[in-house]
Design a protein. Sequence first.
Length: 328
Amino acid sequence: MILVTGGGGFIGSNLVAGLEAHGHGPVAVCDSLGSGSKWRNIAKRNLAELISPTHLFNWLATHSNELDIVFHLGAISDTTARDVDAIVAANIRLTLDLWDWCAEADKRLIYASSAATYGNGNVGFDDDMSQTALARLRPLNPYGWSKLLVDRRIAQHLGDRDKQPRQWVGLRFFNVYGPNEYHKDKQRSVAVQIYEQANSSGTCKLFRSHNPDYPNGKQQRDFIWVDDCIQVMLWLMDNPHISGLFNLGTGKARTFADLASAVFAALGHTTHIEYIDTPLEVQRHYQYLTQARMERLRNAGFARPFTSLEDGVRAYVRDYLATDDPYR
């Protein structure tokens, strides 16, 4: 059996769909669905179990013999969240408790770290898990800090030669876009936000640059199509001998203007962009460039090419956003 925590969320529900499509399973999902539309992310899936997070460890205790691997994607992922106690409980304590459980039960664990651990990127985007490299990172928000603290604690466990899961992988997701992100409100990808504006008004609004090194629209992100993330996770599941901390981006930064042009092209419209001032509270911590170093994942053996921004956006618009049913 495969367990996906956060399996009702954006990346988690896409992973559950990918596992089902490739004949893997049975699949159990642990998540809180709330009162909104998040349930639709998994409405098409044939789930073996749907577990409340409050009952997770009771469920693990009774299903240990059946379970092989845990994909731990559940977290408070809102980069604007300020309830640090809740973030500690959901992002730090739960992840470390799952690490301990998987180590003791001899299970495999693939968990979500984040590119938010890199802060403003001043020291680069190298997925080096040495204690020295991790200590240099300065996240800009509680979410990024929580992910970094987990990486540092795991690095300490490894350095102390403590018991560890049979396979362990941390994935630092960069700017992921794709179907089933609709419940995330303001934390949805810029791709879907541009689509909604372009489709309704024929124009889109982007933040004006406040850095002379970056013209308007030339701020850059490492945008990655969610299907590429799923392919990496499926590959890791098929290669249980591979453990480590890996970036999960494309390794090629693209501009917000490129993203907007790709959305307008997918709609068959001429690109129209209006630039607006970045709010002061955002300006203070604004990143002008993110770009994953991907050598470690490539050197580990993942050879599949990543989807271009244009192809990923075209698939997102054509197969999901512009249809009557945008859910995977």
